[in-house]
Structure formats: C-alpha cells, structure tokens
Design a protein around this ligand. Structure first.
Ligand code: NAG
Length: 390
C-alpha cells in the first residue's frame, strides 16, 4: 500500500470510530467486569453486571465472553433493554461443581423479557452427571435446572450454541415470539433422565434448523399453546424423537397449530415423529401438522400418535379430549426396530381426523411391518408401507 492510501484508511477508521462512539456501539467484555476464565471463580455477578451495562444504554451493544472457561451459578439476563444486543460467547460456561448451588429457580441461564438479541457461539456445560445419578438413586435431590431459557422474549437468534450435559432440558422457549435457533449442538447421554433438547411452549413463530441432538429424552418437544413452528434439517439420536405434546394434561389448555417438521434423520431413537396426549378430558388440540422427508434408522416407534398416555394411572377410565386433525405424513423412509412401525392410538371420544399418508416405506430388517389403527380417519396416497389404516 502506498503512503497516501494508508493515510486514507487510517482517516476512515478514525472517522468510523468517532461515529461508532457517538452512536454508542460498544463492546462490554465480561472480564472487564470481573469475570475470571479460570473455570472456578464464580463469574455470575460479573455476567449480570456486564449485561446490565449493555442493556441499559442506547444503541447496539456486544456482551463479549472471551475464550476460556467461566464458572457461573444461575444468572438472569432481563430486559427490556434500550439496545439491540449481540451476546457473543467465544468461551465455555460451566456450572458450579456442586449441583445444590444451582438453586431452586429451575433455570441456569435465563433471558427474560428480551427483544432484539443474538446469542452467538459458545459452549454451555451444566455438568449434569452427578445430578442424574442423584435422581437415579432416588435420594433427596434439588429440582434441577434447564440450561438456557428464553421467556417472554421476541426477535431472538441463537446461532452456533453447543449445550452439554444439561441437568434437565437443554433449551426452553416459553411465551415468546419470533425465535430462530440454528446450528446448535445438543449433547447428553441416552440414559440421562429428562434431558430434552428444546422445549417450546406458548410461543409463536419458532424456527429450529441445522442442528444436532443427542440426548436422553425428546430431541424437540412442542408443547401447549405453540403456533407456526418450523423444524428442519435436524439429526436426532439417541433420544426420544420429535414430539408434539404432551397435550391435554389440563382441561383449559391451549392447542398446537401449524407445525412443520422436515428433513430429519432419526438414529436409534425411541420414537420418530410423535403426537402425544394425556387420556384426560381437555379442550386442547393439535391441527395442521406436517411431517415430511424423514429418514428413520432403527427407530422403535417411527410414526406414532399416542392419546392413551397416562403415567402413574392418573386418569382411570378417561379418554383424551385432545382433538388431533389434519396431520400429513409424506416421504418417510427407513427402518423400525418393532413390527408396529405405525401406531395410531387415537382417543375413543375424539377420533383423529384428516390423517394423510403419502409415500411411506418403513421396514424391519427381516419381518414385515404392521400398523395399529385405533379411532383414526384419513386417507393414503402413493405407496404406503406398512398399509392398513385407510
Ligand atoms: C405456518 O408457520 C410458518 C412458519 O413456521 C409460516 O411461515 C406460515 O405463514 C404459517 N401458516 C399459517 C397459515 O399461519
């Protein structure tokens, strides 16, 4: 570069930096607020103070967590903020070594009432194994925490997050709108109890894509009050599959509508695509659901509607009030570990309606597969294996 050009570049940078400080686009580094990248010192206060500084001033700010391992107890990042926030994590957040230090709130990292947020990168490790062991032995244990949660929030992007060994659910989205979760890596062992990947409830406009789930419970569960949900390009397994529900645990529960699940590979999961409701009276429903372009690899229950769910016999002699309607299954291929590759166990009082099946081919390695068809109405087109319901 010649001297003149260098001068010009320097000059532009100088002008830009003035411009930036005048429009107040600052970076708030957690280390400057006292966080320690030693993996041991409790950095929760530093994180919350950094967040408050960024959230409280006008503009567009970055909360920055540099490389290194930071121990944090439960933290709440609450809004509304004056600014748009980029929450950039280059480091790893780990839970305290003693699970009793996770408290009783049910949350580890919680974003509440936040709008215009991007969470970029990062590894969060809840170190759940001792907590799972406590629950397995049934001795006195704390309630446990979800790893990262978004409540009462909107216009949020979470990109490139890796969540390891959650105590319970890895990611929850609740009472929120317009949330995009992508390029996530969610990991817990297949035998870790209740370590669901993502749980959505009472939320609208939620997209989950290009993500990998290996966990001990549902990879993704879409709960009551969810609308306009888009799930695509997902690898799930081990885990319990992708589930709508459980629905209908209470009488006046909001339903689920407009859910699309496409381009998913299930590997050795308990279920593939499932709709599940309690066998109890309820006004809830699931409608306009589409499952398409799905590969099953050794899945126990590839296609299942279970409306007779009732653990610990809490609904004797009741049927599910949840109305399941307009569910489309298309281009679903692969293998089942059980003969009953398709199970429709719909409610006797509210039969499933408008179930469509198109181009289904699910086999077991050496036996023919069959369907269970209870209280189900719909139609098939193209080639459907196993046949049977319509
Ligand atoms: C269904 O949800 C998708 C996003 O997930 C949205 O683009 C579409 O407009 C919704 N359809 C209806 C009819 O609301």
């Amino acid at each position: 570069m010649d001297k003149e050009l260098l001068m010009k570049v320097a000059c532009i940078c100088f002008v830009l930096s003035i411009f930036q400080s005048s429009c107040n686009a600052a970076s708030y580094n957690v280390v400057r607020f006292g966080a320690r990248a030693d993996g041991r010192t409790d950095s929760s206060k530093a994180f919350v103070n950094t967040w408050r500084a960024a959230c409280g001033s006008f503009g567009s700010h970055t909360v920055y967590i540099p490389r290194g391992t930071y121990m944090t107890k439960p933290v709440v990042f609450s809004g509304p903020c004056r600014s748009r926030i980029m929450f950039r994590i280059d480091g790893t957040l780990v839970a305290p070594p003693n699970y009793w230090d996770m408290g009783n709130s049910g949350f580890w990292i919680l974003f509440s009432k936040v709008t215009r947020l991007t969470v970029h990168g990062g590894v969060i490790d809840a170190r759940g194994s001792k907590f799972w062991a406590c629950r397995r032995t049934g001795s006195r244990c704390p309630p446990g925490v979800r790893s990262i949660s978004f409540l009462w929030s909107s216009n949020v992007v979470v990109r490139g997050l890796k969540s390891l060994y959650s105590e319970l659910i890895h990611v929850t989205v609740s009472n929120s709108n317009n949330i995009l979760l992508e390029n996530m890596n969610i990991i817990a062992p297949s035998r870790s109890p209740n370590t669901d990947g993502v749980i959505i409830q009472s939320s609208t406009g939620i997209t989950i894509r290009n993500s990998l789930f290996k966990t001990g419970d549902d990879c993704i569960a879409v709960g009551p009050g969810s609308k306009n949900i888009w799930i695509e390009k997902i690898a799930c397994g081990p885990g319990h599959g992708i589930s709508i529900g459980s629905l209908g645990n209470s009488l006046n529960e909001a339903g689920v509508q407009n859910v699309t699940v496409s381009n998913v590979v299930f590997s050795k999961t308990q279920n593939g695509v499932r709709i599940k409701s309690w066998a109890r009276d309820s006004k809830s429903y699931a409608t306009n659901v589409e499952f398409r372009n799905i590969l099953m690899k050794a899945v126990d229950n590839p296609i299942i509607i279970d409306q007779i769910y009732c653990p610990s016999n809490r609904c004797p002699r009741e049927t599910s009030g949840v109305q399941v309607s307009n569910v489309r299954y298309s281009n679903i291929k692969g293998t089942s570990t059980t003969m009953e590759a398709v199970k429709f166990q719909c409610s006797a009082s509210n039969p499933c309606r408008g179930i469509q099946m198109r181009n289904i081919r699910i086999k077991t390695p050496n036996r023919a597969t069959t369907s269970i068809c209870q209280n189900v109405h719909g139609w098939a087109s193209g080639s459907v294996v196993p046949r049977g319901c319509f």
